[in-house]
Design a protein around this ligand. Structure first.
Ligand code: NDP
Length: 274
């Protein structure tokens, strides 16, 4: 049977095996997808072993996305720009690497009827998650894309890789002096329920606020957006399922329906799965 894995550390919490098993069932694909814990010094050997044992592909999550990038023989353009991959495809040409997080984010925004074209977009954070979605956001032709980060130099480094006029970096304070249609939180602040120094007046003027973090309780950023009656307040669960769907498509050449899986996961997170 075709074998797939998600490598990470930690990995026990990963929802990817559930998501891909559901995709396989709904598309009638026969495959085996499992979570596999790896270490820095075992990751390469684990990938090689998977390839030898009928491995067709893998997902890669923290902290191995950059390491996985280095072992690819071929890369998508967006993976090259991100310097990291979350999806590996094994074929006769070797290892192909792609990053599907950006497609997952954009497809989730579209699912919520939030278009990016001609919109002013603020991306908060300059870590791996932010890097991974920049190309997909730019592909949608926003009127401007601004990255704000606590450590400004990291945001500036990302922007310097692209030679695009309407793409810039700034501090949170400078972001508070502008107006945006869409604000996307790609920081990890919400994981520990920390608030960001983003002023209420810019949140209230946005039509959509998105946080890549998801959970039973909305992040402080999304709570503020809800209180300020922002039209679209969205967490990152749909992005998670969306990026998985794009990986599945790359491996199996069939696009699974994200809605049923999203419903099941939402119910599980809210603790009311029947
Ligand atoms: P990194 O550790 O690479 O980056 C963390 C980012 O958050 C940095 O920009 C950091 O700023 C910023 N940050 C952390 N705490 C604070 C704070 N208190 N105030 C302001 N900024 C803060 O993490 P990733 O980029 O890999 O992941 C970010 C988040 O996105 C994670 O929570 C992850 O779970 C989520 N994610 C969700 C996905 C999904 O499918 N829904 C996919 C990928 C990621 P600085 O540079 O100054 O340290």
């Amino acid at each position: 049977m075709d074998q797939y894995r998600v490598f990470g550390n930690p990995i026990a919490q990963s929802k990817s095996p559930f998501i891909h098993q559901q995709f396989a069932l709904s598309t009638k694909q026969v495959l085996n997808y499992r979570a596999q814990l790896a270490q820095d010094d075992t990751f390469l050997a684990e990938v090689e072993s998977l390839i030898k044992n009928n491995g067709k592909g893998a997902n890669v999550t923290a902290p191995f996305k950059e390491l996985a990038y280095q072992l690819c023989d071929h890369l998508s353009e967006r993976a090259q720009m991100a310097g990291a991959v979350n999806t590996l495809l094994f074929n006769t040409d070797g290892i192909y690497g792609d990053t599907t997080d950006g497609l997952g984010l954009v497809s989730d925004l579209k699912r919520h009827a939030v278009g990016i074209s001609e919109k002013r977009v603020l991306l908060l954070g300059a870590g791996g998650a932010a890097k991974g979605v920049v190309q997909a956001l730019l592909d949608e032709k926003p009127s401007k894309l601004v990255i704000a980060n606590r450590t400004l130099s990291k945001a500036e480094t990302i922007v310097s890789q692209y030679n695009i006029d309407n793409f810039s970096a700034c501090t949170f304070e400078q972001a508070n002096e502008q107006i945006f249609d869409i604000i996307i939180n790609a920081t990890s602040a919400g994981l520990s329920q920390q608030a960001l120094p983003i002023a209420e007046h810019i949140i209230s003027k946005a039509g959509a606020c998105y946080d890549m973090v998801y959970g039973k309780t909305p992040t402080p950023f999304l709570q503020t957006a809800k209180q300020l009656n922002v039209n679209h307040v969205i967490d990152g669960l749909g992005m998670l399922v969306g990026q998985a769907a794009e990986s599945f498509m790359l491996w199996r050449n069939v696009m699974p329906d994200v809605e049923p899986v999203l419903k099941l996961l939402r119910a599980e997170i809210n603790g009311n799965q029947s």
